[in-house]
Design a protein around this ligand. Structure first.
Ligand code: ATP
Length: 259
């Protein structure tokens, strides 16, 4: 069996006296769609930062397809096929939408051959080869010539996903890409995420507070609470977990579907 795309072992991140992530272990396999949920301050983003090289864990080990990435720079994570978005979209506002994608593609093209996950250019899925094909995939082709600052916030979130895709990842980490979107936009985002996983055989790990939608679309969900992993399993099992209901789901579900 292939090793996991990412195997996070006992990851701990401390900020001074605060343990933001407390010995969290999780494996991510090719083609999985996994959600991460938990209350504000549970450590979700810090965990993403740790597994994408943005923050160096205080302790723990990270293996990408069997190779130890612990303590390495973020570009090494990208070279191993790990890409992410940020809670606040980080796009180049003055540049046309198309050039934002082209930037990501250039970055992928500069990778040493041995780290190109797809082997060579010919085996990269055609939808990830040009700015236009990526823009068509995420539904932003009509906006290609506009400056990124001129498109709507929800389109900027799509653009950030496109920029991450342009690095040709195998593991895509999405941090609250549906935040601030309308209900129908959230559903459209969920459909897009599923399509990306299905068509590109990506592993997608998705942090979101829109729990009802997320649980409907993912096959596995990890719950963090006060830095600790308190559940990791199928949504149907996790929603029945008493600790999860107590820590998070009770309030969150009540908020999303008021009586
Ligand atoms: N750079 C930092 N320095 C100090 N404390 C931090 C830093 N980043 C995060 N924290 C703290 O670590 C804890 C976990 O924060 P984190 O942002 O990972 O939670 P989260 O689950 O993503 O929350 P949210 O759902 O609100 O985004 C919080 O108590 C936060 O205040």
């Amino acid at each position: 069996m292939n090793p996991p795309l990412l195997d996070a072992r006992e990851i701990t991140v401390r900020f001074g006296g605060l343990t933001a992530v407390d010995a969290v272990s999780a494996c991510f396999m090719p083609g999985e769609l996994v959600g991460i949920i938990g209350p504000n301050g549970a450590g979700k983003t810090t965990f993403f930062n740790a597994i994408s090289g943005v923050t160096r864990p205080t302790s723990g080990q990270l293996l990408a397809s069997g190779r130890d990435l612990s303590g390495q720079a973020p570009h090494r994570y990208a070279a191993h096929g790990i890409a992410r978005t940020f809670q606040t979209p980080r796009v180049f506002g003055d540049m046309p939408v198309r050039d934002n994608i082209a930037f990501g593609l250039q970055f992928a093209g500069r990778r040493p051959r041995q780290y190109l996950f797809w082997g060579d250019e010919a085996s990269v899925p055609w939808v990830l080869r040009t700015p236009e094909s990526i823009l068509a995939l995420i539904g932003l082709l009509p906006q290609a010539d506009l400056p990124a600052a001129a498109i709507t916030p929800s389109q900027q979130r799509l653009l950030e996903i496109g920029m991450a895709l342009a690095t040709r990842p195998r593991l895509l980490l999405l941090d609250e890409v549906a935040a601030g979107l309308t209900e129908s936009e959230v559903e459209a985002m969920a459909q897009l995420i599923r399509r990306l996983r299905d068509e590109l055989d990506l592993c997608v790990v998705w942090i979101e507070h829109a729990v009802t939608t997320l649980l409907r679309h993912v096959e596995r969900v990890i719950v963090l609470h006060q830095g600790r992993k308190i559940a990791d399993g199928a949504p149907a099992e996790v929603v029945c977990n008493a600790e999860v209901i107590e820590a998070y789901l009770g309030d969150e579900m009540a908020e999303e579907s008021p009586a």
